[in-house]
Design a protein around this ligand. Structure first.
Ligand code: LMG
Ligand code: NDP
Ligand code: PMR
Length: 415
């Protein structure tokens, strides 16, 4: 039974579109268009393989998978129980053994940079099954493969944070898997430093704040319910922050500086046709919008902590992983910047950190038993030891956090 179940488990529950044309190597694959499609596979579709490679799963197969996964946890316990010679297996021993199952962690934007590096560390340490929540399925699959991640340690599910419908569909798809959620990492982000005009999400919100803050807010609010159900020893909700949103640092003082002002732009819907695309109501500035979105990320983490930590025991944390100057985050920046930025950070500010090292840091926040303190913004010193860092005045303003929370709920139709 164990063998059978691990054979099932080693097939990742990949999602893919049945409409993928053979030979298609790039492009969005929407795996969650509507309720009648499960992970992009219509309920009547029982094909297992597509020409393009990724495994397609039918509803029947996936529900089998889910029960087999639950079964695997149970059989794991049973196998260990029978192997134990001591008759004194009490309830707490069983409880402890039950926690030996792999943790399930959802990482948004795991198709590159920090998210991918973290997924790789967690997938390889044997304790985690990583669900890579990505907007570009094929890119994610290629990235996981070239990172050398073993199939049985990850799954890919479609998530486009620039669409609230996609976020809701992701949550539904995740729930249909029937596996517990132990940790959620809100990592994905976009940065438009050179844009002169705002671009918008499907729901009409300025893109940087729309993806980095609003999409993640909805996702985290929904998946909090799932994390509450988890029996894992520690549940964590991690939202990636940054030094550049903190004006108590040199980096946070490079103009344009983050400033949410009185939030009038957020209240107005972050759209120039009805108000302003910027949270503070000002003129569009892509670099500022990104930094503002990071302030929101850090405020929301603390507000989650205040509202839910005591009741749920979930650990809420944020972090600055270091300056990972080589990632795709700077893809929209001018060529000169992309060339000079890494050596500048390496040799002048010394704030540079490799993707691999940054991945280790975020993986630590996910998995290290000593980092369970909630409400913390983690940073690392030069020897890569973590410490609780101080946020800027604005990024730690509890009153502002509550306002951001309330306004965001309104915008998203949650209140
Ligand atoms: C701007 O990008 C956008 O225009 C704006 O809209 C917004 O998006 C903003 O915050 C984001 O980015 C353009 C960017 C120029 O603007 C700036 O950052 C302005 C500052 C530019 C300063 C250039 C200084 C060059 C002087 C170099 C001399 C070094 C002196 C040391 C300084 C010490 C400081 C503590 O972006 C660019 O294209 C410039 C690249 C900016 C990175 C900084 C470049 C430093 C060059 C260092 C070369 C590295 C060599 C390493 C070897 C060192 C050996 C020891
Ligand atoms: P990358 O651009 O490499 O990674 C960002 C990821 O987000 C990509 O996988 C990207 O997908 C994904 N993404 C973008 N838009 C969406 C969307 N609409 N829906 C779903 N996923 C999306 O940048 P980094 O790895 O550097 O950034 C990761 C995190 O680290 C961000 O939160 C960033 O703010 C933070 N950070 C980065 C620092 C740095 O120096 N690089 C410093 C401090 C914080 P795709 O692959 O399809 O483009
Ligand atoms: Mg910044 C200790 C100094 C330090 C650190 C840790 C960073 C991190 N930066 C520092 C200093 C400086 N930066 C200085 C002195 C300058 C002027 C030359 C400078 C410039 C600069 C630019 C133009 N830095 C930048 C940019 C960007 O476009 C990046 C950005 O703001 O993205 C929002 C960026 C960053 N510097 C950092 C980090 C971590 C970033 C990247 C992004 C992020 O917050 O995610």
């Amino acid at each position: 039974l164990l063998l059978i179940s691990s054979a099932f488990i080693s097939s990742p529950f990949l999602c893919s579109s049945p409409n993928i044309r053979p030979g298609l190597t790039q492009g969005k694959v929407n795996c969650g268009l509507n309720d009648s499609a499960f992970l992009g596979v219509h309920f009547s579709d029982h094909r297992i393989k597509s020409n393009s490679g990724p495994l397609l799963i039918s509803r029947k197969f996936s529900s089998t998978l889910a029960s087999v996964q639950r079964l695997n946890v149970l059989t794991g316990i049973r196998a260990q129980t029978t192997a134990t010679t001591s008759p004194a297996i009490n309830r707490s021993t069983l409880e402890a053994k039950k926690t030996l199952r792999k943790g399930n962690v959802v990482i948004t934007g795991a198709s590159s940079g920090l998210g991918l590096a973290t997924a790789k560390v967690l997938a390889e340490n044997g304790k985690w099954h990583v669900i890579m929540a990505c907007r570009d399925f094929l890119k994610a699959e290629k990235a996981a493969k070239s990172a050398g991640m073993a199939k049985e340690n990850y799954s890919i599910m479609h998530l486009d944070l620039a669409s609230l419908n996609s976020v809701r569909q992701f949550v539904k798809n995740f729930r249909q898997l029937g596996v517990p959620l132990d940790t959620l990492v809100c990592n994905a982000a976009v940065y438009f430093p050179t844009a002169s005009e705002p671009t918008y999400t499907a729901d009409g919100f300025e893109m940087s704040v729309g993806v980095n803050h609003l999409g993640h807010f909805l996702l985290a609010r929904e998946l909090l319910e799932d994390m509450k159900q988890s029996d894992y020893p520690s549940q964590r909700l991690i939202i990636v922050g940054s030094i550049t949103g903190n004006t108590n640092t040199l980096a946070g003082n490079i103009p344009p500086k983050a400033n949410l002002g009185d939030l009038r732009g957020l209240a107005g819907g972050l759209n120039e046709t009805t108000g302003s695309s910027m949270i503070d109501g000002g003129k569009f500035d892509g670099a500022k919008a990104y930094k503002d979105s990071k302030v929101c990320n850090m405020l929301v983490m603390q507000e989650f902590h205040r509202r839910y930590h005591e009741e749920t025991g979930i650990t809420f944390s944020s972090l600055y992983p270091g300056c990972i100057a080589t990632t795709g985050l700077f893809r929209e920046h001018i060529g000169l910047f992309r060339t000079l930025f890494p050596p500048f950070q390496k040799y002048i500010t010394k704030g540079y950190v490799s993707e691999e090292e940054a991945g280790n840091r975020l993986a630590q926040v996910v998995s290290d038993p000593s980092l369970t303190k909630s409400g913390v913004y983690w940073s690392w010193n030069k020897n890569s030891a973590s410490f609780e860092n101080e946020l800027s005045q604005e990024a730690s303003d509890a009153e502002k956090a509550k306002k951001v929370w309330d306004m965001t709920e309104k915008l998203l139709g949650l209140a």
